[in-house]
Design a protein around this ligand. Structure first.
Ligand code: BYC
Length: 311
């Protein structure tokens, strides 16, 4: 079959709402885009463990500590499902990890900001996981079977993460004036980075066209960002919190909460490696990889010995 016919059949399948599976024929660009996006998503889950892990030893009580531990462990699980989904496209785990550790692959910009107080744990669950759910609920319907299925489970867990964050935030919003101040400060620091999680504006998003044509993404960056703002602003108001945006206003006609201009200079600086914590995050992952070398070698040696004994 010639290439044009293959593409026609591939696109007809997508148009009919069928999933593309690993052994199906797919254009090289589709494979390339998926590897890029799924692996960046996996790296985000793994690097995303660091800002919250920073507070495990300082959680205010045992219940909070257990919940935070469970959440951070869930993120490792998400990374695992996603690396496995990326591997179905013909790239090895070692190669993917190498791309992260050498700075060739990106991970979500939001994890390059520091977590300065306990309130950040609530705000990350509420805002960061809240943003992630909006994006990932859409991606759970994406055209690539393994990615879509991994996201169904991830979204269920992310909902729990968002609830644990919102519960912390609700508690602090009713607390002492010091707790309320701490919470407001965390919201002020994480509001704009959470909006940046949706990526550049549509007119500056080079990958969206291809991804939407092949139904990997079903909504654009700006559409999802607006949906997130519309959902989150009333929650902030309900909690008695303000959002750090003087231009935020409700448009009665469109029913949208209109918001001010994102600082794109900051966004591009962060994704190029110059955010407040990029170097620290990379160093932490590189050290963890080095310190885990003996475990990987021991596991490989054990597997080799077992195989030899069986033959
Ligand atoms: N940060 O053409 P565009 C979590 C890059 S973790 C960094 O619009 P696309 C959690 C983009 O990669 C969940 N880079 O790209 C974990 C591209 O660069 P390259 C994280 C960004 O792919 C632990 C360039 O900018 N979620 O929930 O159409 C604790 C141009 O962008 C960002 C995912 O990973 C960014 N924010 O759209 C708590 C979701 N935005 O690759 C919570 C999966 C853009 O061409 N990914 N870039 O060099 C996606 O949905 C899409 O890839 C994006 C970007 C919406 C992020």
């Amino acid at each position: 079959m010639d290439e044009a016919k293959k593409i026609e059949e591939f696109e007809a399948k997508i148009a009919a709402g069928e999933k593309i599976e690993p052994k199906d024929w797919m254009p090289d660009r589709y494979r390339h885009q998926l590897i890029r996006m799924i692996s960046q998503h996996a790296h985000s889950e793994i690097v995303g463990m660091l800002p919250e892990a920073n507070w495990i030893t300082r959680a205010p009580n045992l219940k909070r500590k257990m919940t935070l531990l469970a959440k951070v462990q869930d993120e490792a699980g998400h990374g695992l499902y996603l690396y496995t989904a990326a591997e179905t496209l013909g790239i090895s785990r070692a190669e993917l990890v190498d791309q992260l550790l050498t700075g060739k692959a990106k991970y979500s910009s939001v994890f390059n900001y520091p977590t300065l107080t306990w309130a950040d744990m609530g705000v990350i669950g509420w805002l960061v996981d809240g943003a992630a759910i909006i994006n990932q609920t859409m991606l759970a319907k994406s055209s690539y079977g393994p990615y879509s299925r991994s996201l169904i489970r991830i979204c269920k867990e992310e909902n729990f993460h968002k609830k644990q964050g919102y519960e912390i935030v609700t508690h602090m919003a009713q607390g002492t004036s010091e707790q309320k101040e701490m919470l407001q400060d965390a919201v002020n620091r994480f509001w704009w980075p959470s909006l940046m999680m949706f990526g550049p504006s549509d007119k500056n998003s080079p990958n969206s066209g291809e991804l939407m044509k092949w139904k990997v993404k079903l909504k654009s960056n700006d559409e999802l960002r607006q949906r997130y703002v519309n959902m989150t602003v009333p929650q902030a108001h309900f909690l008695g919190l303000t959002l750090p945006d003087d231009d935020l206003k409700h448009n009665k006609e469109t029913e949208n909460w209109e918001f001010g201009e994102i600082d794109w200079k900051e966004f591009y600086a962060v994704i190029k490696g110059n955010g407040p914590c990029n170097k620290e995050r990379m160093r932490a992952r590189q050290n963890a990889h080095e310190e885990g070398r003996w475990v990987r070698e021991a596991a490989l040696a054990y597997a080799h010995k077992k195989k030899k004994a069986a033959s």
